[in-house]
Design a protein around this ligand. Structure first.
Ligand SMILES: Nc1nc2c(ncn2[C@@H]2O[C@H](COP(=O)(O)OP(=O)(O)OP(=O)(O)O)[C@@H](O)[C@H]2O)c(=O)[nH]1
Length: 602
């Protein structure tokens, strides 16, 4: 065990974590140059395109240190985005050390701080490295000062490097073996292995990534899950290099995979402890106490997903089930909307997660979807004292039957250069934020706010980026449910309430947002053969009205005689547009209209 080092790389998004991981793998001979794709650790297509790691992966590397000793290094990749922060803490809990990558040209940013605190909380040794030293505007002294000022850890020995040119890679590996402690644990004790991650592979079933803490598991041995007592045989086990490398056993201190013919992801619950099923002749047997597990992750953002064609409902359910095989944080349950018919209410970790799921459904499963505006979960105290959770605005009880509505509040850390403090504060105030703290770190400022999550899921991140020209970064965590004067605003088309369009907003913004949504809908819905009235209402009280005047001329009349190609183009465009239309009553409503609230400016 003395020659094992388990470590992760943590960083703010885009500071070069994946590139550095690839470099380390390459340096340790895990991959021949020609096999090396741009980003080996990001395995899914969408991740590659977006450059975001959404599933933590791992690589077992062999490194011969300068003193000649050969070390086994286990590198565990972590995602960088706030939506996936629980995966960071999961990966880190399997490690004794972490490389904190800071882009030397950017300095410390919000997630550098958040991820580093997660590591320090877990007692992980943090080694700062200053990446992108090849850039002309790299300023390592400033980056070091920020690490010390903001995070409060010693950065004297921070290693300057460039994941791009390879500079500093050997120094990093030497620091990993010298400064990160070897794993502790009892190699002779009863087996205890923690499931760090699990996913579904269509050939072998469930694959579990585990960190063995005590004892060992041999190929062919039977083991059980301590939470459920369900037992399985370890058909195959080994490590990732990052390619799979089968082994005969996984021993204390190691990180590797187990395949045991498990069919359902639910059976291999992340955070659970694996131990032997029964006592063996060598007196090895089941452990009596499980390792401390992880916090369950709860979806924070909900939206309705509906097929554009009713006969696609089963196909959508199949697609969601398949996605869930590899994404245990995705939740869904059947839902019926008067306007949209049969569909599903889905729960996501955040907006990025929602976008990724939507994109995968469309691209990998060829689904045509209508998505409703994202909403958070409200706690509603009814007149009779009963407390219910409301995930869908249209399910909000009538006002007269509500005693109190509580909304989720999060603590947000906003991090930006001084010159953007003004606009960022204005934005946070508009979104009903309450300022808790403001701290200066050189030219950078950290603002801490308490903000309703409902405001954040709409478009806070995009607005933050736009008011700070991309320089501000953020990180948030759930704080509590708090009583709030929020109301449901309904949208009516020709007098009929469209349930899928209901939104929940603060009373002080209800009139404004109701009007803005009605106006936006008027722009989005094209003219029909009759007048269409769009109204916004709180209960029976109409707060806004817009009218779309009836269409008088045929579309084709817009084309001047004879130009066949233009005419055809126009028709084709209409046909394509139709695909995403939903007939509501007698009105054709395009998909975009269901997201009108996202397009409203404050
Ligand atoms: N010039 C320069 N560019 C680098 C260096 N390291 C990474 N990059 C570039 O910075 C960008 C982000 O790098 P990634 O490795 O994808 O960043 P990441 O932190 O893994 O990002 P996520 O996986 O999205 O969290 C890419 O365009 C890299 O090519 C470096 O040392 N020098």
């Amino acid at each position: 065990m003395n020659h094992i080092r388990n470590f992760s790389i943590i960083a703010h998004i885009d500071h070069g974590k994946s590139t550095l991981a690839d470099r380390l793998i390459q340096r340790c001979g895990g991959l021949a140059d020609r096999e090396m794709e741009a980003q080996v650790l990001d395995s899914m297509d969408i991740e590659k395109e977006r450059g975001i790691t959404i599933k933590a992966q791992t690589a077992a590397l062999q490194y011969k240190a300068q003193d000649g000793t050969v070390y086994n290094l286990n590198l565990i990749d972590t995602p960088g985005h706030v939506d996936f922060s629980y995966e960071v803490s999961r990966s880190l809990s399997a490690c004794e050390g972490a490389l904190l990558v800071v882009d030397a040209s950017q300095g410390v940013e919000a997630q550098t701080v958040a991820n580093c605190y997660t590591a320090l909380d877990l007692g992980v040794e943090v080694l700062p490295v200053l990446n992108k030293m090849d850039l002309p505007n790299a300023d390592p002294e400033n980056a070091k000062a920020e690490v010390e000022d903001v995070i409060g850890i010693d950065a004297t020995d921070a290693i300057p490097c460039s994941a791009k040119t390879g500079m500093g890679i050997d120094e990093i590996l030497e620091a990993v073996v010298a400064k990160i402690p070897a794993p502790k644990g009892d190699p002779a004790g009863p087996l205890r292995a923690m499931i760090i991650d699990s996913w579904f592979d269509s050939y072998v079933g469930v694959v579990m990534l585990v960190r063995v803490v005590d004892g060992e598991l041999k190929k062919g041995e039977r083991f059980k899950m301590m939470a459920t007592s369900a037992a399985y045989e370890a058909n195959s086990l080994g490590v990732f290099t990052p390619a799979t490398l089968p082994r005969d056993a996984l021993r204390a201190g190691e990180v590797g995979y187990i395949i045991a013919g498990i069919k359902e992801l639910k059976a291999a619950k992340v955070g659970d402890t694996i131990t032997l099923e029964k006592k063996l002749p060598n007196n090895q047997g089941p452990a009596s106490k499980a390792l401390p597990g992880f916090k369950e992750i709860q979806p924070q953002v909900f939206a309705g997903l509906y097929p554009t064609e009713a006969n696609q409902y089963d196909a959508l359910r199949d697609a969601l089930e398949k996605l869930q095989l590899n994404d245990s944080s995705l939740r869904f349950e059947p839902e019926v909307s008067q306007a949209l018919g049969f569909g599903f209410r889905c729960g996501f970790l955040g907006l990025l997660h929602m976008e990724i799921v939507q994109e995968r459904l469309e691209r990998e499963f060829d689904q045509d979807l209508i998505t409703t505006a994202p909403s958070v979960v409200y706690e509603v105290v009814k007149g009779d004292g009963e407390v219910i959770q409301v995930e869908n605005p249209s399910k909000m009880p009538e006002q007269g039957r509500i005693e109190e509505i509580r909304e989720p509040i999060v603590t947000v850390h906003l991090y930006m250069p001084q010159e953007y403090v003004g606009p960022v504060m204005t934005l946070a105030n508009q979104k009903r934020g309450v300022q808790m703290n403001m701290a200066y770190h050189g030219r950078q400022v950290m603002l801490t706010y308490e903000l309703p999550l409902g405001e954040i899921v709409l478009d806070f991140f995009d607005k933050l980026k736009s008011v700070s020209r991309g320089y501000a970064s953020m990180d948030y965590e759930f704080k509590e449910y708090r009583a709030s004067d929020v109301v449901k605003v309904d949208i009516l088309l020709n007098g009929e309430k469209v349930d899928a369009l209901s939104i929940i907003v603060h009373r002080s913004q209800a009139t404004y947002r109701g009007r803005a949504v009605a106006a936006k809908m008027r722009e989005i819905i094209s003219r029909q053969m009759f007048d269409v009235a769009i109204q916004a209402a709180i209960g029976a009280n109409i707060i806004a009205r817009e009218t779309i005047k009836a269409l008088r001329k045929n579309v084709l009349a817009k084309c001047y005689g004879g130009d066949i190609t233009r005419k055809r183009k126009l028709l084709e465009k209409q046909k394509a547009g139709k695909k995403r239309m939903k007939q509501i009553g007698s009105v054709e409503v395009p998909q975009e209209a269901f997201l009108a609230i996202l397009q409203v400016e404050d």
